[in-house]
Design a protein around this ligand. Structure first.
Ligand code: MN
Length: 162
């Protein structure tokens, strides 16, 4: 049995994150148990991921993890433009917001990750079918709405510049 198989099966909201990764082969952050943090402004990050197909990864801090979506056409930067598909992916650890680097060939998400933008955000609505947030980044800023369509599929739309 390999050492990786002997690791305890991860549990909790980051179990899928750990299951998808070979810990010894990827430089990505390890999932630690999710902690309760004192009240603070939640953070967001947009990572440019030059993987098999280039996309943005859009992540919002929520309940001690980064709720995450892959956005094939990128997070919209212009108000009132077309909706972009956002496919929800597994929750990521908060430490992932600072991750940039190279995921080796053959591993999940193989390719280069760069931080496109990050900052704090305010949540106006967080429901199962609709999420509305105001992002305070340098490049990604303003009011965005995410609408759940089906399965893991959402649409992301920029509503306002504020
Ligand atoms: Mn990605």
């Amino acid at each position: 049995m390999s050492p990786e198989r002997r690791r305890p099966e991860p549990r909790g909201p980051l179990a899928e994150y750990e299951r998808r990764r070979h810990r010894a082969r990827t430089p990505e952050p390890t999932a630690k148990p999710v902690r309760q943090l004192p009240p603070h402004a939640p953070s967001f990050v947009v990572q440019a991921h030059d993987a098999r197909r280039f996309h943005h990864d859009f992540r919002l801090e929520r309940d001690g993890v980064l709720v995450s979506w892959a956005v094939p056409k990128g997070v919209p930067l212009e108000r009132g433009g077309p909706n972009h598909l956002a496919v929800q992916t597994e929750d990521h650890p908060l430490e992932y917001a600072a991750f940039a680097g190279e995921i080796p060939a053959g591993e999940y998400g193989a390719g280069t990750v760069e931080i496109f933008d990050h900052g704090t955000y305010e949540s106006e609505k967080w429901g199962p079918r609709e999420i509305k947030v105001t992002l305070h980044g340098a490049r990604v800023r303003g009011t965005y709405v995410l609408i759940h369509t089906d399965g893991r599929n959402w649409l992301i739309h920029k509503m306002g510049d504020r």
